[in-house]
Design a protein around this ligand. Sequence first.
Ligand SMILES: NC(=O)c1ccc[n+]([C@@H]2O[C@H](COP(=O)([O-])OP(=O)(O)OC[C@H]3O[C@@H](n4cnc5c(N)ncnc54)[C@H](OP(=O)(O)O)[C@@H]3O)[C@@H](O)[C@H]2O)c1
Length: 321
Amino acid sequence: MKMGIVGATGEVGRTMIKVLEERGHDFEELRLFSSKRSAGTKLSFNSKIIKAEELTEKSMEEGFDYLLFSAGKDVSRKFAPIAAKHGSTVIDNSSAFRMDPDIPLVVPEINADVLKDYHGIVANPNCSTIQLVLALNPLHAVYKLKHVVVTTMQAVSGSGRKGINELKDEITKSSDPVVYPRKIAYNCVPQIGAFKENGFSEEEMKMINETRKIMDCTCVVDATTVRVPVIYGHSESVYAEFERNFSLNEVIKVFNKAPSIKVWKDYPTAIEVFGSDLSHVGRLRISNDGKALMFWNVADNVRVGAATNAVKILEYFLRNG
Ligand SMILES: NC(=O)c1ccc[n+]([C@@H]2O[C@H](COP(=O)([O-])OP(=O)(O)OC[C@H]3O[C@@H](n4cnc5c(N)ncnc54)[C@H](OP(=O)(O)O)[C@@H]3O)[C@@H](O)[C@H]2O)c1
């Protein structure tokens, strides 16, 4: 099989390589692509050294069985359609195609069935959305979700290497912000992406629209997304109202049966879930008016929110021909 990773030298790309290795994959040919900047960088896969090569239109015309894209939306917009036109199935981590009605937006535990007999570009959802829908969907199946209000606390690795470097530079060199609109060191910034006319930020609109698309749900979603000075792991405070009655004991049983969810007796934190492929929940309680379930949700954003979900989509295709 001929396989490629675009953006292989980045936070998500490097983690994709690691996750593929951990899950026992091997390929006749694995090609790794980056920009010109990192071309020649040596990366290791299953003890073989592979040099990153510069991404070109010509390389995308070669025809790969599968390509995992993780190099930002501009790169995806330009190169993914070329690859798909030449027969490659593309699993794309960027926001470029997520809300295109003709492109499946997939979290395999929830809606892998939309991939049946599908070829072309598949979109991987936004990181903060994946961990949320992994927790909400099993509850939605039983109680029918009516309204969810979520506040996120998102790690700087969600912006890739440049986000991590900005936090470190502000701490060690007191440098001024470039990536984020305000200082991120020792601070919380309630803006991820530009604000839209309705007052919600781009990241908030991604969570709102993607949650409804993946869960095929007409529920109301409200989000406040906040960047915090954490390197890995997104945390979310969730308030969810349902059409049907529920009890805490039942909810815990539903969560315990769900794939990819771990229920904590107390609560998970970002540092504790680093390297995990699960979406972790804790602090389960019922709101004071008895209407809503409230909980705390944490996941490794680079794995659950990007690399592992993409590899699980790939595995669906490998299993189903
Ligand atoms: N980090 C997360 O938690 C997360 C979660 C979900 C989705 N995503 C999405 O995944 C994508 C990558 O994120 P990341 O965190 O891995 O970013 P990153 O650490 O900045 O890495 C970006 C990667 O893209 C490559 N690249 C950049 N411009 C390119 C170009 N013009 N041509 C070819 N390759 C190019 C970079 O190559 P060089 O090394 O040569 O610069 C690098 O390999 C983004 O679309 C992001 O929104 C990230």
